[in-house]
Design a binder for this molecule. Structure first.
Ligand code: ADP
Length: 339
């Protein structure tokens, strides 16, 4: 039977694919990282060898997968995609590595979630393009060395702190992606609007950018919701649907994105922190249980942005809400302190 939910997801994924830049030149922002990657790729091209291994860290939706695709595209090499959770045993990794063609780019998303046993195999593979395959069990077990085709590993992680040092040390290049400035998001949105055939005046672009949590994926997602809204309710200016600020506001309010881009989960976390725990400090796990979300999601998705905009602080004793967070939720602080 058809699963409408899944079909919708796949359409969304296909659109996300269509919106991905394919060259470093089209990739917006992250100027420093772009320059560093360009040099890395140029050097590899001149020497006709695979580029050094690359580690990209940062919150979801900032362009790690896109950069991995660009690395493959710009170096004209095939790309193989996998992820940490899909590598549960060393054998999974051995199968993957031994099937790579010379120079292939291997992308491992969420590399911090790979099995420990695979991690150790990866050290040797990254360093010497070789793995040792264990054959047999117990006293009769032997290891057979297997040479691999040289490859470029691009690892992505939302939690670089969770990566063991020996693994991190084996990347020739590591970069941390930062949240985007609103002006950069406006560029992303303008580009996507052209792809999606929707007219977006500058003020509409700015409004979506302001509400996108510094994240291109969210900017693109909100743009698609605005497009839906305009297709249904908007005025037509010639052939292309055209979004007004009122359309943008109406569409985004419908999807529970507030004036500064916080979504329901962001606000639930702040709300728990302020009303339930009187501003903290409160431990991550307690906070996660209170809002019914996994601690990992809170730590890698919610918290980095709230910290970045100065709404949440991290202390050794736990998370605390700042005066700005109180103001945003409209909770008076003095009253809180008296209770
Ligand atoms: P991550 O792997 O970090 O979660 P992705 O690479 O999947 O993020 O990016 C999510 C979406 O955001 C993609 O559709 C991509 O088109 C868009 N995107 C991300 N970074 C940029 C950028 N710098 N310029 C333009 N679009 C971007």
């Amino acid at each position: 039977p058809r699963d409408p939910g899944l079909a919708e997801d796949q359409t969304e994924l296909a659109v996300e694919g269509a919106l991905r830049p394919t060259s470093l030149g089209e990739f917006v922002g992250q100027q420093k990282v772009r320059g560093q990657l360009q040099l890395l790729l140029d050097a590899a091209r001149i020497q006709q060898r695979p580029a050094d291994h690359i580690l990209l860290s940062g919150p979801p939706g900032l362009g790690k997968t896109t950069l991995a695709m660009i690395v493959a595209h710009e170096s004209e090499r095939p790309l193989r995609m996998s992820s940490g959770p899909a590598i549960q045993h060393a054998g999974d990794l051995a199968a993957l590595l031994s099937s790579l063609t010379p120079g292939e780019v291997l992308f491992i998303d969420e590399i911090h979630r790979m099995a420990r046993s695979a991690e150790e195999m990866l050290y040797l593979a990254m360093e010497d393009f070789r793995i040792d395959i264990m054959v047999g069990k117990g006293a009769g077990a032997t290891s057979i060395p297997l040479d691999l085709a040289p490859f470029t590993l691009v690892g992505a992680t939302t939690r670089s702190g969770m990566l063991p040092n020996p693994l991190r040390d084996r990347f020739g290049f590591t970069a941390h992606l930062e949240y985007y400035e609103p002006e950069e998001l406006e560029l992303v949105i303008g580009r996507s609007a052209a792809v999606l055939d929707i007219q977006l005046p500058a003020y509409a672009r700015a409004e979506i950018a302001r509400r996108s949590r510094g994240t291109p994926r969210i900017a693109n997602r909100l743009l698609r919701r605005v497009r839906d809204y305009v297709i249904v309710h908007g005025e037509r200016d010639g052939a292309l649907p055209r979004a007004t600020t009122a359309d943008v506001n109406a569409a985004l309010d419908l999807y529970d994105v507030d004036a500064i881009g916080l979504d329901r989960l962001d606000r639930a976390v702040l709300d728990a922190l302020i009303r339930r725990f009187r501003g903290g400090p409160v431990g991550l796990n307690t906070l996660a249980v209170t809002v019914g979300e996994e601690a990992d999601t809170i730590e890698s998705v919610v918290e980095p942005y709230l910290v970045r905009i100065g709404y949440m602080g991290r202390t050794p004793r736990g998370r605390v809400a700042t005066p700005e967070a109180y103001a945003h939720l409209g909770v008076p602080r003095a009253e809180e302190a008296l209770r």
